[in-house]
Design a protein around this ligand. Structure first.
Ligand code: NAD
Ligand code: DAU
Length: 367
């Protein structure tokens, strides 16, 4: 049976990839992206989805409960997939307020809308609210600790992860108190196309191509479990479609890497591409590889992030056993695909860097 999904944060990194994934995989479904187009939201990224007449975009705020209720009613939305958030840890350290507003109050506003329309007005139909959360709610691990499972106690350490933890609890509470059908997924660090260049991987790709320093926080030995964004989208699909109501599922990449090793692998990959593709030297004259130098000469150790979590690792065996979830991409292959996407989409990241992606939206769609 065909469905209509409301995807909040649909113009952000994972939201865009998810809209593209869903439209391709489910040819009868409608997808509505709701996004306020904050600095991290880029309507240009939705160009492919916008070509599809089963896709529509609504510029709006998840805090606007009346707008969300109207969408749920009038568009006959079956399920919500909730990505909208403030997502960058460093920004949460310099300005926590917006994180509480969007991640906690915003999620609660969506829950209130879902409760009103789905439970009060449409009590005889079935709907699901899927909440996209993070492994950061579990805090940090030592080198020898077992990976985070769904029963690991919450110990968030940054304003970002604390705000996500609070939103997870509100989602859970709406299930237990009001009977809303909810699922939550807690995933590890995503990477892939359309990743905003404030995050480690796109920042480093673009800085290498521009000949700028690669800032490594502290000693660079912090470990993250890297998950290719398409594997994450597949994991969300499995949870949304077959997950048990009220349950949480961890989604990981089985792919722990220390930051410094990741950045060095990226440097080697860029150097290899420059050796294979001679046009890259003309296109990116400031890159070390264009001057006969190694990209890793740009590595620069800088002051550590306050409260920096040392290690994340995700045990995704619940999703694997119950839903058949397995990441399909190898890190080497997916990092290569990610690099190639940034090489092929220079215009995308240049317009993000110079801010003109916002002018493009006005030109294309009117203010
Ligand atoms: P992102 O920052 O790239 O995108 C967030 C999107 O939400 C943007 O398009 C922004 O405009 C939109 N948004 C912000 N406030 C809004 C509001 N009030 N109303 C409507 N839209 C609003 O984030 P992302 O990396 O795509 O992450 C998506 C979700 O996945 C977040 O909830 C994040 O916590 C979670 N997550 C991300 C990762 C990761 O590695 N990127 C890992 C685990 C969990
Ligand atoms: O674990 C999931 C989380 O992954 C998500 O919930 C967040 O939304 C997402 O932003 C990401 O958080 P991180 O803080 O892990 O991602 P980030 O890319 O900012 O940093 C990855 C690691 O690299 C982290 O240990 C900090 C380090 N780092 C980051 C930047 C931007 C650096 O060493 N230098 C940098 O310049």
């Amino acid at each position: 049976m065909s469905k209509t999904l409301l995807v909040t944060g649909g113009a952000g990194f994972i939201g865009v990839n998810f809209c593209n994934y869903w439209l391709k995989k489910y040819p009868d479904d409608q997808v509505i992206a709701l996004d306020i187009l904050s600095y991290a939201g880029n309507r240009h990224s939705l160009e492919q989805a916008e070509k599809n007449d089963r896709f529509s975009f609504v510029k709006g705020d998840i805090l606007d409960q009346s707008l969300v209720e109207t969408l749920l009613r009038e568009q006959k939305v079956d399920d919500i997939v909730h990505f909208a958030a403030e997502s960058h840890v460093d920004r949460s350290i310099t300005g926590p307020d917006q994180f509480l507003e969007t991640n906690i109050i915003g999620t609660h506003s969506l829950l209130k809308a879902a409760r009103q329309v789905w439970l009060t007005e449409q009590a005889d139909s079935t709907h699901r609210f899927h909440h996209v959360s993070t492994d950061e709610v579990y805090g940090t691990l030592t080198a020898d600790d077992p990976a985070f499972s769904e029963t690991t106690a919450y110990q968030p350490n940054s304003p970002y992860s604390a705000s996500k933890a609070a939103s997870d609890h509100m989602v859970r509470a709406y299930h237990h108190t009001y009977g809303l059908d909810v699922t939550t997924s807690n995933c590890s660090n995503n990477y892939g196309p359309f990743h905003f260049p404030e995050k480690l991987i796109p920042l480093c790709i673009i800085n290498i191509l521009s000949g700028k320093p690669l800032p490594i926080y502290g000693d660079g030995q912090q470990i993250r479990d890297w998950l290719y964004v398409e594997d994450h989208c597949r994991g969300i699909d499995l949870v949304l479609t077959n997950g048990r109501a009220g349950e949480t599922y961890n989604i990981g990449g089985n792919n722990e890497k220390a930051n410094i090793d990741l950045v060095k692998a990226l440097c080697d990959l860029v150097d290899a591409r420059f050796a294979e593709q001679t046009d890259l030297k003309q296109r990116f004259p400031d890159a070390p590889a264009s001057k006969g130098q190694a990209s890793d000469s740009l590595i620069t150790y800088v002051a550590d992030r306050p409260g920096h979590d040392r290690r994340y690792a995700v045990d995704a065996s619940k999703a694997s056993n119950e839903l058949g979830y397995e990441p399909q991409e190898s890190f080497e292959n997916a990092l290569g695909k990610t690099l190639d996407w940034y090489l092929d989409n220079e215009n995308w990241w240049r317009t993000v860097l110079d801010g003109s992606y916002r002018d493009w939206i006005d030109e294309q769609y009117g203010s």
